[in-house]
Design a protein around this ligand. Structure first.
Ligand code: SF4
Length: 290
């Protein structure tokens, strides 16, 4: 599953181009650390480009394009041949990724890494046996009395009997046992949106980990998705309460090592920018004074 709202790289203009919505990535931010959520969703503080994120976007783009080829022509060689143009297109859309190129043979090695991930894909699935009904599918659902839920499904397969399979590609390694909660939440979030929009509970949620060649599968039940909806509502309530009070507390954890905002985080002796209640209302699409 592709995140529709990767962490911002530059200060964004204040006017939102689309209605504010909650995605699994931003929901996971809040669960990890409310202050991180604020920095990314409300303040939209810039974050340096990430090599791993860029490679993930590149590999997703190649896998999406691969399915344009007719059955029988979706080969590993065809996928690898798409890499250079996908990289050029990505650089056009996200020029900041050019900063990652440190010269020398960096780019060759980096693209080889993307090629290895694609090779792993072919050891897990045969794309010539699949005919997805959608790729990079934007999904949305307005939760009654709650937030607009939004995300992008990497691939949606529909069986002849109408059963839905939601497929998400991950370019990292599969989580260790006991650390799957954020990915399980993400997949159920999408299943919830599809269920509410189409009236069908997806039969299968499938995570394809290209970093270590693992595939995780889950068959959600209606009850699981009801619980996910309750969790999203509780989360949204906590977010709007934080926005009303202006209090987004830092939650220090091992994940702080990957956070780009330690310099402005009180947990690391930093000082956050002043909280802007109007900006919060605008970016969350909710009143902050009730
Ligand atoms: S450094 Fe840690 S506690 Fe501070 S904002 Fe980032 S994730 Fe939160």
């Amino acid at each position: 599953m592709t995140t529709p709202d990767a962490p911002p790289s530059t200060s964004a203009p204040r006017a939102p181009s689309r209605a504010p919505a909650l995605s699994p990535s931003r929901a996971n931010d809040f669960m990890q650390c409310p202050l991180l959520f604020r920095f990314r969703t409300i303040d939209r503080l810039p974050e340096p480009p990430s090599s791993a994120a860029a490679r993930g976007t590149l590999v997703h783009s190649v896998l999406e394009q691969l399915y344009d080829a007719p059955l029988g022509e979706r080969t590993r060689a065809a996928a690898l041949a798409l890499v250079p143009s996908a990289w050029e297109n990505l650089l056009e859309r996200e020029p900041r990724y050019g900063e990652l190129n440190t010269g020398g043979d960096w780019l060759d090695g980096w693209l080889d890494g993307a090629g290895r991930l694609l090779s792993t894909y072919f050891s897990l699935e045969d794309p010539n046996r699949l005919q997805p009904v959608a790729r990079e599918l934007r999904v949305e659902h307005q939760l009654a009395g709650g937030p607009l839920l939004r995300g992008i499904v990497d691939r949606l397969d529909v069986a002849p009997d109408g059963a839905l399979r939601v497929v998400d590609y991950k370019t990292g390694r599969s989580p260790r046992p006991g650390y799957e909660s954020s990915v399980v939440f993400q997949m159920r979030f999408y299943a919830l949106v599809l269920w509410r929009e189409r009236g069908i509970v997806p039969a299968m949620l499938q995570l394809v980990y290209l970093g270590d060649g693992q595939v995780l599968r889950a068959q959600p039940r209606e009850r699981d998705l009801e619980l996910t909806e309750a969790k999203v509502r509780a989360l949204w309530s906590a977010i709007t309460q934080s926005a009303a009070s202006g209090e987004f507390r830092p939650r220090r954890s091992a994940l702080c090592g990957w956070c780009a905002h330690q310099a402005v985080c009180p947990a690391f002796d930093g000082t956050p920018p002043e909280f802007d209640a109007d900006l919060a209302a605008e970016r969350l699409g909710c009143a902050t004074n009730d």
